[in-house]
Design a protein around this ligand. Structure first.
Ligand code: ADP
Ligand code: ZN
Length: 622
C-alpha cells in the first residue's frame, strides 16, 4: 500500500452506519409496546389482552388501552395512553419462568397460540437490506477513492492510469542537445499536421515510433514536444503500471486507452517504459506474468486494428530495446526507431543554458565549463544540476548563482550518479579517449578495414564506455584473409594504444579481446587460413553466419595434439597482429595523441573532423 495516500475517510462509514440504524428502525415499525411481565400479568387478569402469541422467550399480542391508566403506574403506560394513540395496540413482553401461565391464560379466556418467534419475512428483510446497503457502500467507496487508496481499492482497481493532457505546452525549443532525434520527430509532426500531403505522394504515415535512450535523456520530453508542436492531445500511460495488475484489467485498460484516443483524435498515445509491458513473451518461465502477456496482446491487437487514417500516433519509450518482444517491432507496429544518445559537450551546454534561463547568474558563470565537467550526463541530470545550484545559492543567501554553486551541484549530482555507475572520472576518460583513438587510427591505417564514421567517448548503454563506429562501404558476403587480419588489428588497436601511452592496461578491452580471439579461432579452425594446419576444418560451423561468435564445442573432433596446435596458431595470429598494431601506433604516435586530445575536448569526432586531423601535416604523422 502506498504510505503517502491518506487513510480511508471515516465519513463513508459513519454515514453508512447511520443509514443502517435508521433502516432497522423503519423496518420494525410500528414498534410493539414493551410491557414488563408484571404489567402483562395485571392486564391479562383485567381482560385487556387478546390474540396472544407465545414464543420461547417473548409473548406478543394486542392490548386494549381503554382504561388501563387506572390499572398500571402512570409512568408505565404514558405512551399507550398518550392523546391520539390508537385504542388497540401491539405489545411485546419478555417471558419469565412462570409455570402457572397457561392456567391463567385459560382462566382469562383469551386466544393464545405458540408462535415461531420471528416472522421469516421481516427477519430476512432486516438482514438482507443492511447487507445490500453494505455492498452499495463498498461499491461507492471503490468508485470514489483514487486507485491505490485504502485497503478496498487494492482489490479491484488497476494501478494504471491514463493521463490526458489537452495541451502539453512543450515545444521543440524546450528540447536541446539531441538534435538528430529532434529532427526525425519534427518530420513526424509534419505528418500529423498535414497527412494529406504525405498520402497523396503515396507515403504511409507511421503508426508507432519507438524512442530508445538512456534514462533522463528526454524521451518523454520529446514525445510531449511532438504533441505540443502538432497541437494535439497527449495520452500517456506507463508500462510498468500494468505489471502488478489482475488478469484482464490491463487489457481492458489498453482497450479504454485506444477508445479514448479515437474520441479525441488526432492525438498522441505515449507508452512509457514499454519494456516492462513488452518483454519477450515466454521468457519468464514458471509463474510467467499472464497479465502482462494479455496486456501486450491487447496492445498488438489495438495497434493492428486501427488504420493510419485515424490519425492516432503511438510513441513508446524504452531504454532496453533488446528485450522487447519482436512482435512489437514488426511492420505496422513500432517499426520506426528514434535513438537518443547522451548529449555531447556542446549539447550539454545548450541544455544547461536552457534550464538556467530562469536563474540569475553571476557574471563569472561559464556554462561551457560546467558542460565540460559533466561528461556522460543526460538532460535530466543537467536540469538537476541547475536546480541544485540555485538551491545552493539560495541557502547561502546570495544575490546570484555563481560558479561555486555549480561546482557543489555537480558534486552532489555526481555522487548520485556514481551510485548508479554512470560517470567516468578524468582518468578513466583519458584512458577511454586513447583506447578509442587507437581503434580509429588503426582502422584508418589499414587498407582493408572499414572507414571510421564516428569516434565517441560518451558512454553508451551499459558497459560500453566509448565506441568507434565503422561503416562498411558495401554489404559483404565474403571476407578475404587480408581483410580478417585488418579487422583483427582494429580490434587490438584500443588495447595496444593504452599500453603504449600509459604503460599499463585496463579492463576496458575485454570485449575487444574476446572478439579478436574468436576471430583468430575462426580463421584457424574453420576457414583453413593457417599455414601450419592447412585447409582442415576443425570446428564444424553450427551456423553458416560468417563472423558469428562460435558455439562452444562439446566434443572436439580432433586430438589433443591438434588442439594444442590450434591454440598455438591462434596465439600466433594474435601476437603477430599485436606487433603490427604496435608498430603502426608508434609510427603515428603524434596522430594518436592529437585524436585522443580532440576526443577529450569534444567527446565525439565525426568523419570529416577525423580526416582533417589525419591529413594535417604533423611531425611524425605519416
Ligand atoms: P526520459 O523520459 O528519457 O527518462 P524525461 O523526458 O523524463 O527523460 O526528462 C526528464 C527531464 O529532464 C525533462 O523534463 C527535462 O526537464 C530534462 N531534460 C531531459 N532531456 C532534455 C533535453 N534534451 N533538453 C532539455 N531538457 C531535458
Ligand atoms: Zn575497444
Amino acid at each position: 500500500m502506498d504510505p503517502k495516500k491518506p487513510p480511508l475517510t471515516p465519513w463513508y462509514l459513519l454515514g453508512g452506519l447511520a443509514l443502517l440504524i435508521a433502516l432497522q428502525f423503519l423496518l420494525s415499525a410500528p414498534p410493539p409496546q414493551n410491557l414488563g411481565y408484571s404489567d402483562f400479568k395485571t392486564l391479562l387478569r383485567a381482560g385487556k389482552l387478546s390474540d396472544l402469541s407465545i414464543g420461547a422467550t417473548t409473548i406478543e399480542g394486542k392490548v386494549d388501552t381503554d382504561g388501563i391508566a387506572r390499572l398500571l403506574p402512570a409512568a408505565h403506560v404514558a405512551e399507550l395512553t398518550a392523546p391520539g394513540a390508537r385504542k388497540i395496540r401491539d405489545f411485546l413482553t419478555q417471558r419469565v419462568e412462570d409455570p402457572g401461565l397457561v392456567g391463567e391464560l385459560d382462566a382469562a379466556r383469551v386466544q393464545y397460540a405458540a408462535s415461531a418467534e420471528n416472522h421469516w419475512f421481516s427477519s430476512t428483510l432486516t438482514w438482507l437490506l443492511p447487507g445490500l446497503l453494505l455492498m452499495g457502500l463498498y461499491l461507492m467507496m471503490m468508485r470514489r477513492t483514487d486507485p491505490g487508496t485504502g485497503p478496498l481499492a487494492q482489490i479491484g482497481r488497476s494501478q494504471a492510469k491514463v493521463f490526458v493532457q489537452k495541451d502539453t505546452g512543450v515545444h521543440f525549443a524546450d528540447v536541446e542537445g539531441i538534435d538528430e532525434a529532434k529532427e526525425e520527430l519534427m518530420e513526424v509532426v509534419r505528418f500529423l499536421k498535414d497527412p494529406e500531403r504525405y498520402r497523396r505522394l503515396g507515403g504511409h504515415i507511421p503508426k508507432g515510433i519507438l524512442i530508445v535512450g538512456a534514462p533522463g535523456t528526454g524521451k518523454t520530453l520529446l514525445a510531449k514536444a511532438v504533441a505540443g508542436e502538432a497541437g494535439v492531445p497527449f495520452l500517456s500511460i506507463s508500462g510498468s503500471e500494468f505489471v502488478e495488475m489482475f488478469v484482464g484489467v490491463g487489457a481492458a485498460r489498453v482497450r479504454d486507452l485506444f477508445r479514448q484516443a479515437e474520441d479525441v483524435a488526432p492525438c498522441i498515445i505515449f507508452v512509457d517504459e514499454l519494456d516492462a509491458l513488452g518483454k519477450a513473451r515466454g521468457v519468464t518461465g514458471i509463474g510467467g506474468n499472464d497479465e502482462r502477456e494479455q496486456t501486450l496482446n491487447q496492445l498488438l491487437v489495438e495497434m493492428d486494428g486501427f488504420d493510419s487514417n485515424s490519425r492516432v500516433l503511438i510513441l513508446a519509450a524504452t531504454n532496453r530495446p533488446e528485450i522487447l518482444d519482436p512482435a512489437l517491432l514488426r511492420p505496422g507496429r513500432f517499426d520506426r526507431h528514434v535513438a537518443i544518445d547522451r548529449p555531447d559537450v556542446r549539447g550539454r551546454e545548450k541544455i544547461l543554458r536552457l534550464h538556467a534561463r530562469r536563474l540569475v547568474l553571476a557574471a563569472e558563470v561559464d556554462l561551457a565549463v560546467v558542460a565540460a565537467k559533466t561528461p556522460g550526463f543526460a538532460g535530466a541530470d543537467l536540469a538537476n544540476i541547475v536546480n541544485e545550484a540555485a538551491l545552493h545559492a539560495a541557502r547561502g543567501d546570495k544575490s546570484a548563482v555563481d560558479m561555486q554553486d555549480f561546482e557543489s551541484a555537480i558534486d552532489r549530482v555526481v555522487i548520485g550518479l556514481e551510485k548508479r555507475n554512470r560517470v567516468m572520472n578524468a582518468r578513466e576518460k583519458e584512458t577511454v579517449a586513447f583506447h578509442e583513438a587507437g581503434h580509429a587510427l588503426i582502422a584508418e591505417s589499414r587498407p582493408n578495414a572499414d572507414r571510421v564514421s564516428k569516434v565517441s567517448i560518451i558512454p553508451r548503454g551499459i558497459g560500453a564506455l566509448g565506441f568507434t563506429q565503422q561503416l562498411p562501404t558495401e554489404d559483404r558476403y565474403l571476407l578475404r584473409r587480408s581483410e580478417l587480419l585488418d579487422r583483427l588489428d582494429v580490434l587490438l588497436g584500443g588495447r595496444v594504444a593504452e599500453e603504449i601511452v600509459f604503460g599499463d592496461v585496463s579492463t576496458g578491452a575485454e570485449d575487444d579481446l574476446q572478439k579478436a580471439t574468436d576471430m583468430a579461432r575462426h580463421m584457424v579452425a574453420r576457414y583453413g587460413m593457417s599455414d601450419a594446419l592447412g585447409q582442415v576444418v576443425f570446428d564444424a560451423p553450427r551456423r553458416s553466419a560468417f563472423l558469428d561468435t562460435p558455439s562452444p564445442q562439446e566434443h572436439p573432433g580432433y586430438s589433443e595434439h591438434t588442439a594444442r596446435a590450434i591454440d598455438q596458431e591462434i596465439a600466433g595470429l594474435l601476437a603477430a597482429a599485436r606487433e603490427r598494431v604496435e608498430r603502426t601506433l608508434r609510427e603515428r604516435r603524434a596522430a594518436l595523441d592529437a585524436l585522443a586530445h580532440l576526443l577529450l575536448e569534444e567527446e565525439v569526432v565525426g568523419r570529416e573532423r577525423l580526416e582533417r586531423l589525419l591529413s594535417a601535416p604533423a611531425p611524425g604523422n605519416l
